[in-house]
Design a protein around this ligand. Structure first.
Ligand SMILES: Cc1cc2nc3c(=O)[nH]c(=O)nc-3n(C[C@H](O)[C@H](O)[C@H](O)COP(=O)(O)O)c2cc1C
Length: 105
């Protein structure tokens, strides 16, 4: 199983979570910034993290997800976000859980 952790982070919060997720994954894994991720082809599982901007996914992440993971139910993609406010509204990721298949851990 090949796993990608990709993230967008301006001030480091989302990167900290990306580092923690990446550290827990065993086996074939890769970590990249969202800016250097062209698509999700070739990965069995992708963790995509981004900050909340103006109560939604940060714009570059929104565009990336619309282009490469348009179905929010896609089991191969786990999204997470960081935000200033606890429970900050973020359509597209709010209420969703990270999926951590045992096989990746
Ligand atoms: C332009 C901008 C808009 C933001 N809008 C929100 C918001 O609507 N709600 C919120 O809780 N946090 C908001 N934040 C705070 C960020 O989501 C939060 O600090 C996040 O953890 C930053 O992630 P990063 O350190 O990976 O860049 C905003 C930050 C920026 C820069």
């Amino acid at each position: 199983m090949k796993v990608l952790v990709t993230y967008l982070s301006q001030t480091g919060n989302t990167k900290k979570v990306a580092d923690a997720i990446f550290g827990e994954i065993k086996g074939d894994k890769e970590m990249k910034t969202l800016e250097t991720t062209s698509d999700l082809n070739g990965y069995d599982l992708a963790f995509v993290g981004f900050p909340v901007w103006s109560s939604g996914p940060a714009e570059p992440a929104k565009k990336f997800l619309e282009a490469h993971a348009p179905r929010s139910a896609d089991a191969r993609v786990s999204r997470w976000h960081t935000s200033e406010l606890q429970g900050s509204s973020c359509p597209g990721s709010a209420g969703r859980f990270l999926r951590l298949p045992r096989s990746a851990l």
